[in-house]
Each structure stands twice: as C-alpha cells, then as structure tokens.
Design a protein. Structure first.
Lengths: 155, 771
C-alpha cells in the first residue's frame, strides 16, 4: 500500500511499489489528462509536476513520490502561470490533435515558473523532451513568448 | 469570440430530431469488402457513369438537416460532425459551415460527434484530405435548409409572406413590423416544417459569411485539451473495464507456435491470457494475431506480456532485410518496367540530346507514430457490441467488429473519440477487432486494448520504401527535352490483394505520372516490387517519394545548366494552362472529375512565384546558409515551399525559416489551413532529416523514440510563414491536410545543395553532411 498526493488530494493505492505513477493516475485515479506516449521518458506526453518539477510519470515508480506533491494537467490551472499558459494555448490555437499538449503545457509551465523571460535556447532545451507529431512547435514557442510578454509571439 | 462547448455523443432530447426522415443518400450504397475497407472511391461498374468526389465514395454524402442539426427550446443548436477529429480542426470547421448558413450564433452551438454510421451520415472515411472538399457544399445546403425551416415557421406564426422574414444571428426578423423570434422559440414549429427541396434551398452570398473564411473562431475542443478533459481512444473508462495488451508476431505473417503463461499469470493484476488467431493474407484491416494479456490495469498487462514466453513461426517474411531490399529495388529501377505513361519518343529524344543526366533517390519505410498509439474498447452484451476508439474510418471498424463477432453491423455501435493523431494509421481498425476478440473471450466484459509504442512502431501499416530512378536529356541550353522516371515501391494494394506488385493508379497519380511539365517526350515506368510487411497510407502517401525525386531532379538539372533553380522550375512547368489528367495518363485524379479538377499549371506557377517573392528568393545569406524551393500538386491543391537552411561546420542542419504558399481554393478556416501547413513543414523536416524504419530478420529495428527519431522543438523550423492564395467559393475546393508535406523534403535538400554544394539523394539526411 502506497499513498500519493495528487492535486491536493491524498489517495491510498494498492498496487506494487514499482508501478509507474502514469498508470496510477490514468487507470486507478481516472486522471486521464496525463498521456501515455512511449513508456521510456522519450516523448514527454506523461509530464506532471512533482514538487513543482517537471517529471516523466511513465518511469516514476509510485513508491518514489509517496512523500511528494503531484500536480497534473487537471489542476495546473489553479497555478497562476499554469492558467496563463492554458489561456495562451487556447488564444493562439496551439493544439492540433491535442494529445501531447498536456505534457507540453506542464513543461512550459515549469519553464516559465523558473525563467520569466526564457530565451529561444532555453525554450529549445526545456521543450525538446516533448514530441508533437502534428508539428505545433512554432505555436508552442510563440505561446510561451506570449505568456512571457516577449516579442516574436506572432503565430 | 468564445468557443462553443464540445460534447460527445448524447441522447439529450432535442426538438428537430426524430421527426420525419428524409434520405438524401447518394452515391454508392453496396460495395465489395475491399473497396469499402480501403476507403477509396469505387471502381464504377462498366455500365455506370463514373462518379466523382463525394458521389464516388462509399455511401456518398448526406445533406439532410434532420440528420445533422437539432435545435432545443432553449435555443441551443446541436450540429453533428460526422468526420473524425485528428488535429485538422474538422470538429470546428465542419459545424462552422452549417452554423454559418444556419445564421446560428457560434456561442450557442454544440458539436456532437457522430457514431460510425455511413448510411445515416454519408461517407466518414477521414483521409485523403477530403472532408472539407467533399462536404462543404452538402453542409452549406444542410444549414441553409434548416434556416429556411426556421424562417417558414416564423412567417407562418406572424402570417406574413416568408419572403419578408430573414434569419439573422440566431433569430428570425420581420423588418416591416420589427418582430423577432429566437431560434429556441421557433424550434418546435420549425421541426414541423417540410424540409425544402434541395434545388429550392437558397445559399448565402459568400460576402455575408460570418465564420467561413474568417478564421476567428477558437477550436471547439481547445479548452478541454488544455485542461486535460479531452477524451481520446486511449482514455476510455467503463465500469468493470479490463485492460489488455497484445504480443504480436515480430514478423509480418508470423504465427504463434506455442506459449507459456506460467510467469505471466504470477504478475499481480493479470487475469487471463487469450490467443488471437492470425488472419490469413491479405492483411486488410484484420488483426495480426498473437497473444493478449488481460489485466486489472494497463501496467499489469504490460508486465504480464513481458513475462510471456511465446515461440513464433516467423513465416515467409523472416528474411526481410532493408539493406538487401534497397539493392533489390535499385536493381529493378535500372531495368525497364511496366510503362504507365508514354508521350513522344523518349529514346529518340535521349539519343539526340546535348547532354544526359540521371539520378536515383531513396526514401525508407516510415511509421506514422501518432502520439496516441492505437487503442480501442469493446463491450458485448445482449447480442450487441459497443466500440469506443480513435478511428479515422468508424464504419470500417463497425463492419469488421460485426464480422468478427458474427453480428449484423446494425448491432454494433462505434463511438468515435478524439484521435491523438491519425496520419492514415487510424484508418485501419485492426486494433478494434483485437478488442472485440478479447472482450468476447472475457464474456463480453468491457476490454480496452492499448498498443504500446513498441507495438505501434513495429506493427504499423508502414509507409512504403522506394527507389526513384530519373533520367533526362537536355538541349544545348540545358532545357529538358526527354524525361524518364522509373518508380519502384511496394504498393499499398498488397495489403488488400495478396501478391500485388505494381503501384496502383492512386499511387501513380500522386506525383509521378501527373507531373504537368512542358517536356515533349516523357516516359514513366513502374517495375515490380514485392511487399514484405503491411504497407499503408501515411500522410500524403506516395507524393512523398515522388515529389522528393522529381523536385530534387529538376533542381539538379537547373544546377547542371547553371540556372537559377526557381526560374528553371517555372520554365519546366511551362506556361499557364489547364492540363487534362487523361493527357497525363492519370485515371485516378484523386477521385475527382477531370473537368472540375484539371491540373492547372497557372496555379502551380502562382504558388512558386508567391513563395519566392514572400521568402525573398535571391536574398544574400551568410556562409553555410542556403535557400531551396520545391512545388508539388497533390490532393487537388497546389503548394510550394522555400526552405532556408543553415549547415554548420560539423554538418549539423538547422532551419531558421520555411515559407509555404498554398492554393487550396477558398478556405473555411484559414487559421487551421495555416496550422496544417505549419505541421506539414515539421513532418516534412522529420521525414527528410531523421525518419527511418528498417527491417532485419523480418523485424522492425526501431521500437521506440530513441531509435525512431522524429523532429523535436530544436530541430523544427524556427519560423514558418504560410501564404494562403485567395480562393473563390464558387470554385471546387482542394485538400489541406496532406499537400503541405511533399514539397518540404526536396526544398530542404535543394537548400542544402545551395548552402554546401552537396546533393542529398537518400533520406534521411541524418549524418550525411558530417565531415
């Protein structure tokens, strides 16, 4: 038995300790906003925040986050930066299929919380772990810049 | 403007619904399994006149407002979207067409996703860049008919001639008396009105469009996507649902010999192991077979599969090896093959040419790698089955599940979720049939089958692999007088017809035979190639290798002649003219009428000229940078791209900017056209720079994103400028989802040549520029 704290709520989970957080969120807690993409921390679709840091939940055993505060896409709007990122995503029409965008938003929010005016190189570094097969990268970059109040935000 | 709230399938009571049914069913109603399954326009019987566009698709089109529109007494307008949303924006664009003609206020519109039911909704195959071009007119008529019914109801209520009232932004107005009635108050009476005859329906003048062509509306699903509420196939959750993954044969057409479940059944959460019988060839959309592990959650199923010991018979494709197969294709490309187009006398012109040039181009297999891997859920109860999943072709899912379960299609309901990417993969609902087989084995309990990334990459319906061999004879000025193109690639028809070895008309018509160049002597040949894996369609399909070869070769000819690439390309395209597809031996023409959709070289020239001007063609660039151009006609749209590339001292490629000019006719949602072109640029870059699936011992060598690379943020173009040419709503529309991809790889490689003098003829580029 492990306990996890997700979006401010505590849950007891009766699954093996090595079960990845991703599958606990999706299959046990019904929080399907966090997506499965690769299972090997290669694509970023499963990104959540663990104590404010972006983490790939698909390779994170639940036992390793029992004492942490986990935030998922469903609750990132409660954060001021997260809310601004979501609004910019809608405003600039970033999503195409939308599947990877939970992870993109979680990574972008973490970036903007540690760097208010990220450079292009910082954006590349923070976001290159998140694959978008529809190819929304130009708008992801533009939306990040819009939140940061930087020029070059034209979509 | 705010977005209307998106809704899934609903039985919410509405007023204009379930009254009299008028069937506007047109087109083909009964088709053989192959045509239906493949989702291609029907091959008309000899006696029938040919059918084009939506008329030629299985189950044609429907424009009945009673099928697509419902108005509730509170004024909420529900509009059905019968096409699948996979990122192209169809759940916004299609209802927008109806809403505009209906004079509905978008803020009060709800979008309802259709179930898979082509008899009711018309063709639902969401591929071929066809949704808007086939349904723009039916959806306009549908909205206009509903508007007419509201106007008639209001006129009857007020006892005034219908010609005196006008529907305007969610209400009907009688200007003379200033009376107005909201749509909700008219809903009941409107429902009692007869649906107007199609030829009496009055469409809006395009100058009065509120939404069509404006691009100001936000995505219907945008808010749900950014808050994690959007539901994809993989997100389906039902009470008592079980989770399964399938161990597939590692080699196509391999079979299970035996399996040992002892370790699997020890994994906590694993419930049962179910064998899925291998399907006999041809592959079609049938399951590959294998062994399913059923568990209480996805992770347990994955762990259980890992512990499974299966002995496989690899079957006839055990020797498939990409290195050897490339040599096989090259050998075929260097010998004469089936002649599929022949104009003038190529041999004589070659013999008399001042100079002859040749080149060969290679593009490997590719995997779609949709970010959401295939996933489907099936529940069986009381002789009926329900299916949930990410389907580009929900009717095919319905028919195949019904067939596998021995049911009538009427007893199978297919709920279409959002698709986390499609790109052609999700046209093939083999994964739904797997879920049906497993659910049946679990006494009908709901079972979700999830493909892992490894399943997806190793067992997709691969984009073909091809060698394109080109030869040209040029005159003393370097102008081509003879053109010979041999295209060799396993055909996607091998997936439907066992042993098919030649490219089908629809593949040849993707930019190899229907190249409208002003060259008097042209011969196109297609030598045979054998498929050793499942070949499928991948966004823009055969246009990828064909455009890469043709547009690279034209640039090579330009370089040999010492000419500017853009000027030379325009000269090869020749003067503006409308070329009949038949004159190019193209019997397919994207399923469209040759009269309505000729190949218009004027439009092709215009996108070249536009993109060159907008990109600043000819501008001076620092060392290591270059511009390249390419143009391609596909899905009855015209696209040209200029890529600016930077190649550093280590041979690393980056892309500061891409310009794309697109002429797809008039647009419904220009912001989504722009988005599709931006996305196509990234996919084109991905194909050109890193994309490759290879086989050894019959097995796909790439299993996840560590080895099957796709373009990420840092490798993507830093800036993509899209230039949409103005269109006319009275003219036929073109496709948007796919035509942006083909020009990108050749434009990029032409830019690399300009920057470095090095010509890339084999994709992906990967480290070919490293010193």
């Amino acid at each position: 038995m492990t306990s996890v704290t997700v979006n401010g709520r505590r849950y007891d989970v009766n699954l093996p300790d090595d079960t990845p957080l991703l599958w606990v969120l999706r299959d046990e807690l019904g929080l399907t906003g966090t997506k499965f993409g690769c299972g090997m921390a290669l694509c970023g679709a499963c990104t959540v925040h663990v104590d404010g840091q972006p983490v790939r939940s698909c390779i994170t055993p639940i036992s390793s986050v029992a004492k942490s505060k986990i935030t998922t896409i469903e609750a990132i709007g409660a954060d001021q930066v997260g809310r601004a990122v979501q609004a910019a995503w809608v405003d600039m029409g970033v999503p195409q299929c939308g599947y990877c965008q939970s992870g993109q938003i979680m990574s972008a929010t973490a970036l903007l919380k540690r760097s208010q005016k990220p450079t292009d190189a910082e954006i590349d570094e923070a976001m290159s772990g998140n694959i978008c097969r529809c190819g929304t990268y130009v708008r992801v970059r533009a939306a990040i810049k819009q939140v940061a109040g930087q020029p070059g935000a034209a979509r | 403007m705010s977005a209307p709230r998106a809704e899934g399938p609903t039985d919410r009571p509405v007023v204009i619904a379930n009254v009299s049914r008028r069937r506007f069913l047109q087109g083909v109603t009964a088709l053989g399994g192959f045509v239906l399954a493949a989702g291609f326009p029907s091959a008309a019987r000899a006696a029938d006149p040919p059918k084009y566009g939506a008329d030629g698709m299985p189950n044609g089109w429907v424009d009945d407002p009673l099928v697509f529109v419902a108005i509730a007494v509170d004024g909420t307008v529900s509009i059905v979207c019968h096409r699948s949303e996979m990122g192209q924006g169809v759940r916004t664009g299609m209802p927008m067409i109806v809403a505009d003609e209906l004079e509905a206020d978008w803020k009060r519109v709800r979008v309802v996703q259709a179930t898979g039911d082509e008899k009711r909704f018309g063709n639902q195959d969401t591929d071929g860049s066809r949704s808007t071009r086939h349904f723009f007119e039916p959806m306009r008529r549908c909205g206009a008919a509903a508007r007419t019914m509201l106007e008639s109801a209001a006129a009857a209520r007020w006892g005034v001639p219908v010609g005196e009232v006008e529907a305007r932004n969610h209400e009907v107005v009688h200007a003379k008396t200033g009376r107005r009635a909201g749509y909700g108050s008219l809903a009941k009476a409107a429902a009692a009105q007869a649906v107007p005859a199609r030829d009496t329906v009055r469409l809006k003048d395009p100058s009065k469009f509120r939404y069509i062509g404006k691009g100001q509306l936000k995505l219907v699903d945008g808010r749900d996507i950014v808050t994690g509420k959007a539901q994809y196939g993989i997100d389906t959750r039902l009470p008592g649902m079980l989770y399964a993954v399938v161990a597939h044969p590692p080699v196509y057409r391999g079979k299970v010999v035996s399996y040992d479940t002892a370790e699997t059944l020890k994994v906590p959460g694993v419930l049962k192991v179910v064998e899925i019988e291998a399907s006999a060839p041809p592959a079609q959309f049938n399951p590959l077979g294998g062994v399913a592990v059923v568990a209480a959650n996805t992770w347990a199923a994955i762990q259980g599969r890992r512990a499974l010991k299966v002995v496989w018979d690899d079957g006839p494709n055990a020797g498939y090896d990409s290195v050897a197969f490339k040599a096989t294709l090259e050998e075929a490309a260097r010998k004469p093959g089936k002649v599929v187009r022949d104009n003038g006398n190529v041999d004589a012109a070659m013999a008399g040419a001042a100079r002859r040039l040749d080149a060969e181009y290679y593009i490997p297999h590719l995997a779609h790698a949709t970010m959401e891997p295939p996933a489907a859920t099936v529940r069986i109860a009381s002789g009926k089955a329900e299916v949930w999943g990410c389907f580009q072709s929900p009717q095919a899912a319905r028919d195949l599940v019904a067939k596998r379960l021995g049911m009538s299609a009427a007893d199978v309901t297919v709920h279409v979720t959002l698709l986390g990417g499609g790109f052609g993969r999700k046209s093939k609902p083999d994964f739904a049939v797997e879920a049906a087989v497993v659910s049946k084995a679990m006494d009908g309990k709901p079972v979700k089958v999830t493909w892992t990334r490894e399943d997806d990459l190793m067992h997709t319906y691969f984009h073909t692999v091809s060698v394109e061999h080109l030869e040209a004879g040029v005159d003393a000025q370097g102008k081509p007088i003879a053109w010979m193109h041999r295209s060799v690639a396993p055909t996607l028809f091998s997936t439907f017809v066992d042993g098919a070895k030649n490219e089908a008309p629809l593949e040849l018509g993707m930019g190899v035979i229907n190249v409208p160049f002003a060259i008097p002597n042209v011969r196109i040949e297609n030598p045979e190639a054998t498929a050793h894996t499942r070949i499928g369609w991948f966004r823009s399909v055969s246009n990828i290798p064909h455009a890469f070869a043709v547009q690279s070769f034209v640039a090579e000819l330009a370089a040999a002649a010492g000419r500017d690439q853009k000027d030379y390309l325009l000269e090869v395209i020749g003067p503006a003219r409308r070329v009949s597809p038949e004159a190019l031996s193209d019997t397919w023409n994207h399923g469209e009428s040759p009269e309505r959709y000729p190949v218009d070289t004027g439009r092709l020239r215009r996108v070249v000229e536009t993109v060159a001007r907008e990109a600043g063609w000819g501008r001076s660039l620092p060392k290591g940078r270059g511009l390249g151009i390419a143009a391609h006609y596909s899905f009855v749209s015209y696209v040209a791209a200029v890529v600016e590339v930077a190649v550093d001292a280590n041979g690393s490629v980056s892309i500061p900017r891409i310009d794309i000019a697109v002429d797809c006719g008039a647009t419904v949602n220009p912001d989504r056209v722009r988005a599709q072109m931006q996305g196509a640029a990234v996919m084109g870059v991905s194909i050109a720079t890193v994309g490759e699936m290879s086989f050894k011992g019959g097995r796909a060598e790439q299993q996840n994103f560590d080895t099957y690379e796709v373009t990420r943020m840092a490798g993507a173009p830093r800036e993509t400028r899209v230039h949409i040419l103005p269109g006319d709503y009275s003219q036929p529309l073109g496709g948007v989802g796919e035509p942006g991809v083909p020009p990108i790889p050749p434009a990029l490689c032409n830019a690399i040549f300009a920057a470095t003098g090095k010509r890339i003829r084999r994709l992906p580029i990967r480290d070919q520029l490293k010193a």
